[in-house]
Ligand binder design. Structure first.
Ligand SMILES: [Zn+2]
Length: 275
């Protein structure tokens, strides 16, 4: 069984075929999906949970979990009401993680200081609710600025919680991956690991321990080769697992087993979860 550790199942791009899309994932061996609850704005943070509740318990569909969080560029919208909404969602058993949250210095958007202050407030709420965090970290090209700031914040506000989290759609270097593992995080690889120009990223992945890895799609974005450019979906998490298997010189089943075990360990889930 494979777990897609990051998919935006609430995307309007699945409005017409969400159930069929989930069935396709189940058919290729995807046993669970973590549905990311950031919506297209914080007011929609609950949409991922709604999708979990709609589909869980149905045969032929992966077990669905949800997260809730505030994307870095939405941090200017943070106010008491939004934080109360997030806190309420994180209290729900199916909402196993807070995210995706973090720092994005790549795209123009929220001022960096606003992102940092927002992140610190979100960490407080996740810590109180004892939820691991899903981190989005994207520096400006050719720099490490967002990673440097991120690690500073995590050292100050997160390491002591012992809760860890996931470095989602990892795109950093080996030092940043190793530091993430040291902070109790899992490093999650997405479809970009399969792209021809991603050899540096594959070199990083190959140096990491199997017990620190996850796979994800970040669907509907970032479709892996050979589907690049299309709408992505959880079934295609298999492509990323196949590339990892090649890098480690093991069968895909071993990657599936390791990443599933890692996911269950992080979130303290029973290994027999599933519909
Ligand atoms: Zn995402």
């Amino acid at each position: 069984m494979l777990i897609d550790s990051h998919a935006h199942l609430d995307s309007p791009r699945y409005a017409d075929d969400r159930e069929a899309m989930l069935r396709r994932a189940w058919e290729v061996g995807v046993g669970a999906v973590l549905a990311i609850g950031i919506g297209e704005e914080p007011a929609q943070m609950h949409h991922a949970l709604e999708i979990c509740r709609q589909f869980n318990g149905q045969p032929g569909i992966p077990k669905l979990y949800a997260s809730a969080g505030i994307y870095p560029h939405y941090t200017p919208q943070i106010d008491d009401a939004i934080l109360a909404k997030l806190d309420g969602l994180l209290a729900v058993p199916e909402v196993i993680a807070c995210g995706e949250i973090g720092l994005d210095y790549y795209h123009e958007g929220a001022p960096h200081a606003t992102q940092r202050e927002g992140l610190a407030r979100l960490l407080e709420i996740s810590a109180t609710r004892k939820r691991p965090i899903l981190i989005h970290c994207r520096p400006k090209d050719e720099t490490t600025n967002a990673w440097d700031d991120l690690f500073q914040i995590l050292e100050a506000h997160w390491r002591s919680t012992g809760l860890g989290g996931i470095m989602h759609c990892f795109g950093g270097n080996y030092e940043q991956a190793a530091r993430s593992l040291d902070l109790g995080f899992l490093v999650s690889f997405a479809g970009n690991l399969t792209y021809p120009k991603a050899q540096p990223l594959r070199d990083v992945a190959a140096r990491l321990p199997l017990d620190g890895l996850l796979v994800e799609t970040d669907a509907p974005w970032l479709a892996p080769a050979p589907y690049r450019g299309k709408r992505n979906e959880p079934a295609w998490v298999l492509q990323t697992a196949l590339v990892l298997a090649e890098l480690f010189g093991v069968e895909e089943a071993e990657i599936a087993q390791a990443t599933t075990k890692n996911f269950n360990r992080l979130f303290d889930l029973r290994p027999d979860v599933g519909n």
